[in-house]
Design a protein around this ligand. Structure first.
Ligand code: ZN
Length: 284
């Protein structure tokens, strides 16, 4: 099924040339902004146990219900000049920044998928982007990564492997084999992660790696492979170390606890972006 739709999209892209590629990227940007908006809602609602469909979005300060135009991702915030229509208080630019970041990441991966001649490979990539941004924001704000994010991530990774086996490496797997292979990769990273968590508890009497981080890594492995998860750990740790050093210089002492999720997310996203470039070089 994937080959059929990939073929149809490629036919359309080849027929209309650069205009089609621009349209493809434009709609990826729009979709990314909408998913960014959905992610900000999930980040606010899921840890607080509020349903993601009801009640409709409202200002957290005065309860003003957002109208249709105020709900448009990115543009809504710009039209309101960053202030709530009800109380006039400033709306955090965090929302628009998350929407913009998601939109840009969606566009870059969509463009890279076209260059790889595998346009539908954007679907697992987009799932990973939403998972990474959502988990990073919740971890930054509340120091937790909810199971609803990580477990949904693992289920989506398995579903993507089954539906789009040719987006996995090696690309000639049958759907059932891709599903089993992805499950094994998630389990392997889980085993490694929980061992590290247990070793940290035993040796240092504290969690070296949070259990939320372990489940987050398992979901990353589901989308990227064990190798991708390892790259995320190494890159994430390097970024965390740099940040800790800068923070220590600024504060005059070293922080003992910090959220590791955003660094893992950055590592996974860097891998996602550079894997695309790597595949392009391989295909040339
Ligand atoms: Zn308000």
């Amino acid at each position: 099924m994937l080959d059929f739709w990939n073929g149809r999209i490629l036919e359309w892209l080849d027929l209309y040339g650069s205009t089609a590629v621009v349209l493809w990227c434009f709609w990826s940007f729009v979709l990314g902004a909408c998913f960014g908006s959905f992610t900000t809602a999930c980040v606010w609602r899921i840890p607080r146990g509020i349903s993601i469909v009801w009640p409709p979005s409202s200002c957290p300060k005065c309860g003003h219900r957002l109208g249709a135009s105020e709900n448009i991702p990115i543009l809504g915030w710009l039209l309101l000049r960053g202030r709530c229509k009800g109380c006039g208080l400033p709306i955090s630019p965090r929302y628009v920044l998350i929407e913009l970041a998601t939109a840009l990441l969606f566009t870059v991966t969509a463009y890279s998928a076209v260059l790889c001649r595998l346009p539908l490979s954007v679907i697992p990539a987009w799932c990973l982007i939403v998972l990474c941004i959502g988990s990073a924001c919740t971890d930054c704000e509340l120091r937790i990564i909810p199971d609803k994010f990580t477990c949904s991530g693992m289920i989506l990774a398995l579903l993507c492997a089954f539906l789009f086996p040719s987006t996995k490496m090696p690309s000639n797997m049958t759907p059932l084999f891709a599903l089993t292979y992805t499950f094994a990769q998630i389990a392997a990273v889980g085993l490694f992660g929980y061992s590290a968590w247990y070793a940290g508890k035993l040796l240092f009497h504290r969690e070296a790696l949070g259990r939320g981080d372990v489940k987050f890594l398992m979901a990353i492995a589901g989308f990227t492979s064990v190798f991708g998860a390892l790259v995320a750990i190494l890159t994430g740790s390097l970024l965390a170390l740099l940040w800790l050093l800068c923070d220590a210089v600024k504060r005059g002492r070293l922080r003992r606890k910090f959220a590791y999720g955003p660094f893992l997310a950055a590592g996974a996203l860097l891998w996602l972006l550079f894997r695309g470039i790597g595949m392009r070089l391989l295909l040339k």
